[in-house]
Each structure stands twice: as structure tokens, then as C-alpha cells.
Design a protein around this ligand. Structure first.
Ligand SMILES: NC(=O)c1ccc[n+]([C@@H]2O[C@H](COP(=O)([O-])OP(=O)(O)OC[C@H]3O[C@@H](n4cnc5c(N)ncnc54)[C@H](OP(=O)(O)O)[C@@H]3O)[C@@H](O)[C@H]2O)c1
Length: 279
């Protein structure tokens, strides 16, 4: 069985590639024609690389040659996400692939976040075109805060007291590999949340304990994010991430589900365990 993974050079794609390769599945990593990220895909365990523009479909047909399994990850906050999903699901159906996994997000219908709503629309299209598709809806990853925790300074542009059920990316990637390689998951939708509800303040406290050095925590004004880390992003992506931060500020992002433990047959990874594994 050969798997095709889109968005393969990103943080999610590399983790999914590693999880599939760890199960002995040869992975064809999809990156853009102009990408210089072939090396990171190979380091993650990809057997080969296909250059496809998901925005236009260029290169898609050849990429599907000899492929049995597909895991589709859209690039982060891309307005063309729905059309990309349609293109991939249609190609998968035409190529007669055996299984299709679609990487969505927790609470895809959350109307205040445009990039969530696009995943809601994309899920519907994928289901229409490939009815057996498995939809994975992960919470925000614990890993997003790891570099800041390791640097000893967590700063976020939303409330430090908003609740999150962040999930370990390695757990999400393992689920992706399980649903593509094992029977019994056709047409399922899995909500993948971490085992604890924690605020960013609590995550910093736990990081201080686990890393045995002070990890400070600070809320920064959204305007500082816009003129700082967000400044290099395309305007539309920046607007949508600001909408996400405002939503996080109002209510965090939490879910209640036992899907992760059920699919993996073990307890999900805690924030402390994610940090411990890095030490
Ligand atoms: N971060 C989270 O907490 C979280 C939680 C739930 C869901 N998600 C979802 O997970 C998905 C992946 O996020 P991520 O942060 O891992 O992504 P990312 O690091 O931004 O990676 C994006 C990937 O897409 C590829 N790409 C970009 N434009 C492309 C195009 N036109 N054609 C083909 N490939 C293209 C890039 O490849 P090259 O640049 O090498 O070409 C790269 O491999 C997103 O849809 C996000 O919404 C994320």
C-alpha cells in the first residue's frame, strides 16, 4: 500500500508521514512545484516526493499513480481550501484509491472563524465525492506552544485564562495512520482532543515544573501580533488568524470526546508528557 500525503512538508504533514512510514507504508509527499522542502519530507520518512499545485491541480494526475491511501491536509488558512479538497477527493475517487482521510479541525462550523467554516464546507464536499472518507477533527496542537515553552517565554494574543483541550500532534498523526491502515473506520468522524482542559497560564505552570526552569506567560495585544509575527503573512491569512485569536479570547477552544482513546486503545498524551518527551 502506498500513501499520498498532501501538505507534507508542514508540521502536520511531517508527523503524519512519520506515523505512516513507522507502520511500513511508503509515503509520497506532496509539496508545491516551487517548494524547496523536499529534504524535510524525506527526513520525516517520505519514500518519494510529488510536486503538485493544489491551487490549480497541476501535477495531480501523475501524483496519484500507484496510490492506495490518501491523507489530505490543506495549507493553513488558505482561501482555496474547499476547492483544493474537491480536487483531491475527486482525483482519489477517479484513481480508485482504497481509503481517504481528511484533516479538518475541532468545531468546523464555528462561524466566527472563517478558516473553520471552510473546513466544514470542505468536509461536506469530501463526503459527497468520497463517501467512505474518514474525517479527523483535531483541537489545537499542544506542540504549537512547545518552542515558546522551551524558550522560557510564552506570549499569546488572547486571554491567558481561556480554556483549551489541546491535543498532541503525535497522537493526531497516529490516528491518521491507524484510520488509513486498519479496517473499521470508513465514513467515521473523529474529534481529537487532549485529556485535560488547561488555560495558557496553567500550561506555563506545568511547563515550569516539567522543564525545571521558569516559563513566563504574557498576553500581548493583538495589534502587536499584527505588526510583529503576523506582518509577513498575506492580508487575508492575517485577518483570519486575528478572528481566531478573538474567538480564543472569548471562549478558548475545547471539546469533549473519547474518540482519541478509542482509536488508539490508550490514554491520550498530556501536555506534561509532550514536554517530557522532548527532554
Ligand atoms: N496547528 C494546529 O493546531 C491545527 C489544528 C487543527 C487543524 N490544523 C490544520 O492542519 C492543516 C495543516 O496545518 P500545518 O500548520 O501543519 O500546515 P503548514 O505547516 O502551514 O504546512 C502547509 C503545507 O502545505 C503545502 N502547500 C502550501 N500551499 C500549497 C499548494 N498551493 N499546493 C500544494 N501544497 C501546498 C506546503 O508545502 P510547501 O511549502 O513545501 O510547498 C506545506 O507542506 C491546516 O489545514 C490547519 O488548519 C492545524
Amino acid at each position: 500500500m502506498r500513501a499520498l500525503v498532501t501538505g507534507a512538508s508542514g508540521k502536520t504533514g511531517r508527523a503524519v508521514t512519520a506515523a505512516l512510514a513507522g507502520r511500513g507504508v511508503p509515503v509520497r509527499a506532496v509539496i508545491r512545484p516551487e517548494s524547496d522542502h523536499e529534504g524535510v519530507c524525506r527526513e520525516a520518512g517520505a519514500a518519494d516526493v510529488a510536486r503538485v499545485d493544489l491551487g490549480s491541480g497541476a501535477g495531480l494526475h501523475a501524483a496519484f499513480e500507484g496510490v492506495d491511501l490518501v491523507y489530505h491536509l490543506a495549507p493553513n488558512v488558505d482561501d482555496r481550501e474547499v476547492e483544493m479538497a474537491v480536487r483531491i477527493a475527486r482525483a482519489a475517487e477517479t484513481a480508485g484509491v482504497r481509503r481517504f482521510g481528511f484533516h479538518s479541525v475541532l468545531h468546523p462550523a464555528e462561524a466566527t472563524m472563517p478558516h473553520h467554516v471552510r473546513k466544514h464546507l470542505a468536509e461536506k464536499e469530501v463526503r459527497d465525492l468520497f463517501p467512505g472518507a474518514v474525517v479527523i477533527r483535531p483541537a489545537a496542537y499542544q506542540d504549537n506552544l512547545v518552542p515558546a515553552a522551551l524558550a522560557g517565554k510564552i506570549a499569546v494574543p488572547y486571554s491567558l485564562d481561556a480554556p483549551f483541550t489541546n491535543v498532541a500532534l503525535a497522537d493526531v498523526a497516529e490516528v491518521a495512520a491507524v484510520v488509513l491502515t486498519e479496517e473499521g473506520h470508513d465514513s467515521a468522524t473523529y474529534e481529537l482532543v487532549g485529556p485535560q482542559t488547561l488555560t495558557v497560564r496553567e500550561m506555563a505552570e506545568i511547563a515550569t515544573e516539567v522543564l525545571r526552569r521558569v516559563v513566563t506567560v504574557r498576553q500581548t495585544p493583538i495589534e502587536d501580533w499584527v505588526s510583529g509575527p503576523g506582518a509577513g503573512l498575506p492580508a487575508r491569512a492575517r485577518e483570519q488568524l486575528v478572528a481566531m485569536f478573538r474567538s480564543y479570547a472569548r471562549e478558548g477552544l475545547t471539546g469533549r470526546s473519547h474518540d482519541l482513546a478509542r482509536v488508539l486503545g490508550r490514554e491520550p498524551t498530556t501536555w506534561a508528557q509532550t514536554l517530557t518527551r522532548l527532554l
